[in-house]
Every structure is written in C-alpha cells, then in structure tokens.
Design a protein around this ligand. Structure first.
Ligand code: ATP
Ligand code: MG
Length: 568
C-alpha cells in the first residue's frame, strides 16, 4: 500500500508544521493520551468520496503514520434511508487507492448501536434525556433563533420512569416515524443553538444495510460520533469547521456520561474553483444525467479522477501543498492540474497521436517502402525504453501544424517551409491540395533522405518539430477531451432563480477520432501516456478490441504559468 507522502518536488510537510500537528505534539509532550495517536476517517456511506474527502483522508491517515499511530476507517452509518452497500465498497476502494491503510479496523457506527442505546438509557436515568412528543416542525419552532432563546417542550419534565418506558417502547416499534424523539436535556436558552435540547434518537422504520430490521430507532450524528470516537479510543477527532458549534455537544455527551474523551479539532474544508464538492450536488449530477456516472472523468470524485488518469500521488501532493487552515478558503483548480502534470511529466512515456489529422504524402518516398524507427519513450529518462515506429510514404500530421498563410514566427509547416518530423526526417511542403469546398485535404511534401533520424545533414537549421503517424499503421481511437465541468469559478453561486446546474460548462466533453501510433495498441486500461505536444491521456475502460478510448487527463500547459514558476 502506498505511503501518504507528498511525491517528489512537493511542499515538504514537516511534523508540527500546521496547527493540528502542533496540537498533537503538545498532547504527546504533556502525556495527555499517553503519547498515543489514534485518528479515524469517518465517511457516511451515502455517496462517493470526492476531492474534499481526500484532504481528510490524507490528514487522518497522514497524521497517524507520521506519529506512529493508527487511523480507523469508520463508516458513519446511522441513517438507514440514504445509505447503500455500493457506497461502502466504493469508499473502501477509494481510501485504499489514496494509500490509506486501516489494517483490520474497518468499523461501523452501527456496530455500536446496542452500546449507544445503553448510554441513552443511562442519560435518561441521570435525568439528562427525555422523550418528546413534539413534531419535527414544532421542535424547530421551539428551538428559537440566534437572537431568541428557545422554549421548553411541554414533555420536558417527564419522570425518569416514564421516559425509560417510552424510550423502550420506541425501540420496540410501538410508535410511527416522527411520533416521538429522544432529546438531551441541556438548556433551551443556550447561546449555542446546538445545545438547545438536541435530538439524540429518532424513529425510522427502515431497513439498515447492516442491521436489517433490528432497529427502528436510530441515533443522530452528534450523539453517535462522539461516542464512536470514545469507544474506539480515538485521541484526535479531526473534522471540518462546520462542526465548531457541535464541539460543545460532543464534549457534553462524553462528560455527562463520564466516558473516555477524545479531542475534537476542526479544520477548514476544501473548496476548489470550477468544482462542486457537496455530495448532494454530486448525486444530483449523476441522477439527472448531467454526467455519465459517479466515475465520469469530469467528476471531482476520487473514482472520476482516477478514471480520468489522475494519479493518487498527485492528489496526495495536492493535499500536502494546500496545507491546513482554520479559516475557509478556495483553492485554484489549476493547483491540482499543476500537481498532476508534475507527476505525469516524470512518470509517463511519450508517444505520438494525431487528433485532427491532415494527410501528408511524401512524393519522393518510394511507394510500398517502410522504415521502422526505434524511438525513445522519454527524452530524458532511458528507463522508459523505446518503441518501434513505422514510417511510410503516407502520413498524418496535426491540421494545426500547417498554415497556408503562416503568421510571423510560425515554425511549423507552410508552403515551401521545412519541418522536422519527430525522430524521422525533414520534410518540405510543396503543395496543399484543396477539396471541392476549399478545405485542405492533403499536403504534398518531399523529404530529405540525408536527414534520417531527424538530424540535420549539413548544419541547416529547422526550427519546428511536429508529431506524425503512418497512415497505413495508424490505430483509430476515440479521444475524449475533457475540460472543466463548470464554466464559472464558483458554481455554487448562482443568480436568483438559477441553480449550480445553470453553471455547467456545455463544452466540458468533446469527443474526437484520433489516430495513434501502433505501439499504443499494447496499452491497457488505466495506462497513462503523454501524446507528444497534446497532453496526458489515460486509456479508458470503454475501450474495445477495435477502438481504444483515451481520456485526456490534462493538457501540457495551462494559462496559469505564474503558478508553475512558483511551484516548480
Ligand atoms: P458532504 O457535505 O459533501 O455531504 P460530508 O462532510 O457530509 O460531505 P462525510 O462522508 O460525512 O461527508 O465526510 C467524511 C469526512 O470527510 C468528514 O470528516 C468530513 O469532515 C470530511 N470532508 C468532507 N468534505 C470535505 C471537504 N470538502 N474538505 C475537507 N474534508 C471534508
Ligand atoms: Mg457528514
């Protein structure tokens, strides 16, 4: 299993370098948890993991590893209605992909249902919890607001015996959904709204993915989470900023019950430009068919990014670079692309493909002749080896590499101009042949036999080098050119009457027919490659025997050159 280390060239993350690591060091120094570090990653299995979760995974598993501790994978499965087995399996796969190692500790909040129930009875016996008959709407109404205190429920002062009896009957299934809840008895006038007698249990006659129909009452998140942490002996419970106000309740439950007490620490959630990172919205994109599925390569889900060709190392590098903060902020999507390029640059072979072909005929190259060039697969790294590339009289080059009327400093092909075909020969364009509509359909060229291997025979300079494929040998492929799923930096900010869906980028997927050099036939699904001068691509699982499919992971460069300089 991979290490949760930032890859080469990344920002160096040192132990103690952020406020969470500093805090853990303090606790270790004071012996607060006997020097133990035990974290957990607690996804709710109600959707696929996304880039935001990656931040939490890297943090929780990273911290555990750095301090010689452990990190649990805990499924926070307290809501029977929205959770599914499919999600559990995908989460396992995605955490493993990122290098998270939970050992034997695949845990479920639902494992603790019996224990949580016992704790609830204990709270009732202590006079710290009561059964309430108010409806959900009434409870909300009674809760008050930030500026107004709440009102006490008329059922708040039931006796311990009555509460116990009612709670047991709730468990036994005597009541319908919503008829009663169990609430903590804290303080309806608390300035912290979370503390105004929060609901601990509600009735849900539903099938749970693990406990089946054993239960018809289910514990709420705030109640479950702290006790699960306590039961597992978590030392540092790292969560996102929106739980700041819930910390008081976290502490209240554990202190009131007098059980082992982990430390909750909040950090800022990850937001990324041009991206939505909310499960609810991602589900909507999938359900309404705006994307092809959870692993659509445009999705910010871990499976989508993986399918797009983004390596786990790049995601980890990204998470290391963005660091940890206590205030919310938004990270540039370009930062992720930068990390992706950094890694792919060093780790992928480079081959040739033509995505918008135009035919070239080398008039002085004998018909039927074929030469095979042995070309290195990486210009700077011999460990990538080489491959055989056939050269013939008829070739394809990129349409963009020819101009009838070239602008100044255009070093590629134009009438009368000479270019180098990568690793092959110099060619000169003699004539552009137009079809009936006036579109260029063929370039008639000549080659210089003395320039074999793309070397100048006499010291004459040829500035442009272009890629090519042999027409006779080219493999036809489907190429999926992806760009941002959303057209605006902040897709969540939609004007009145519009939603984030109105911010979708209509051009986020462009599919073209490409022509590949034959060596690409041996590539398997998931393999990554640079198509020279075009970008990084990854072979997709939709590939068939006849037609390989390649996803563009990222282009070679972006418009954020500044960032590249700073980062590299
Ligand atoms: P969403 O709001 O998208 O539904 P969630 O927080 O409800 O996400 P969980 O499955 O509960 O999703 O998340 C598991 C863990 O991942 C939690 O500890 C949560 O704080 C963390 N997490 C989720 N989204 C982000 C994010 N954008 N940045 C950092 N951590 C995140
Ligand atoms: Mg959550």
């Amino acid at each position: 299993m991979g290490e949760l280390e930032a890859s080469k060239g990344s920002a160096n993350v040192k132990v103690g370098s952020d406020f969470i690591r500093a805090r853990i060091m303090e606790d270790n120094a004071s012996g607060r948890f006997d020097g133990r570090v035990q974290t957990r990653f607690p996804p709710e299995p109600n959707g696929y993991l996304h880039l935001g979760h990656a931040k939490s995974i890297c943090l929780n598993f990273g911290v555990a590893r750095e301090f010689g501790g452990q990190c649990n994978l805990r499924f926070d499965d307290t809501n029977p209605v929205k959770e599914e087995r499919e999600y559990v399996e995908s989460i396992r796969e995605d955490v493993r992909w990122l290098g998270g190692d939970w050992g034997e500790r695949e845990l479920y909040a639902s494992n603790y249902f019996e224990q949580l129930y016992a704790y609830a009875e204990k709270l009732i016996q202590m006079g710290k919890a009561y059964v309430d008959d108010l409806s959900t709407e009434e409870i909300r109404e009674y809760r008050g607001t930030l500026t107004q205190p709440g009102r006490e429920s008329p059922w708040r002062n039931r006796s311990v015996e009555e509460n116990l009896n009612l709670f047991r009957r709730m468990r036994a299934g005597e009541f319908a959904d919503g008829e009663k809840v169990l609430r903590a008895k804290i303080d309806m006038a608390s300035p912290n709204v979370v503390m105004r007698d929060p609901t601990l249990y509600r009735i849900r006659h539903a099938q749970h993915h693990r406990t089946g129909v054993d239960w018809c009452i289910y514990p709420m998140y705030d109640y479950t989470h702290c006790l699960s942490d306590s039961i597992e002996g978590i030392t540092h419970s790292l969560c996102t900023l929106e739980f700041v106000n819930n910390r008081e309740l976290y502490d209240w439950v554990l202190d009131t019950l007098g059980v082992y007490h982990p430390q909750q620490i909040e950090f800022a959630r990850l937001n990324v430009t041009y991206t939505v990172l909310s499960k609810r919205k991602l589900i909507q994109l999938v359900r309404e068919g705006h994307v092809s599925g959870w692993d659509d390569p445009r999705m910010p889900t871990l499976c989508g990014m993986r399918r797009r060709g983004i390596p786990a190392e790049a995601v980890r590098d990204f998470c290391a670079r963005i660091g940890l903060a206590r205030a919310d902020s938004t990270v540039e999507y370009a930062m992720l692309e930068f990390c992706v390029r950094e890694w792919l640059n060093d780790h992928t072979p480079r081959l040739m493909a033509v995505l918008d072909p135009i035919k070239v005929i080398i008039e002085n190259y004998p018909e039927g002749q074929e030469e095979v060039f042995d070309m290195p697969c990486h210009p700077e790294d011999a460990s990538f080896g080489s491959r055989k590339v056939p050269f013939t009289r008829e070739l394809y080059i990129e349409r963009e590499d020819f101009r009838m009327n070239p602008p100044k400093k255009y070093h590629r092909l134009s009438p009368g101009a000479e270019v180098r075909l990568r690793y092959a020969y110099f060619i000169t364009c003699r004539e552009a042949v137009l079809d009936a509509t006036g579109r260029i359909c063929e370039l008639r060229c000549t080659y210089d036999p003395a320039s074999r291997g793309g070397q100048s025979p006499d010291g004459r300079k040829v500035k442009g080098t272009i890629h090519w494929v042999s027409a006779q040998h080219a493999l036809s492929a489907e190429i999926r050119l992806y760009s941002q799923l959303f057209a605006v930096e902040n897709p969540d900010a939609a004007p009145e009457g519009k939603t984030f869906l109105d911010n979708l980028n209509p051009d986020s997927l462009q599919t073209v027919r490409g022509l590949l050099e034959p060596a690409l036939a041996s590539y398997g699904v998931g393999d990554r490659v640079q198509f020279e001068r075009l970008g990084y691509f990854c072979k997709d699982r939709d590939s068939t025997e006849e037609t390989p499919v390649f996803n563009r992971t990222v282009t070679l460069r972006d418009t954020w050159a500044k960032l590249e300089k700073k980062g590299g």
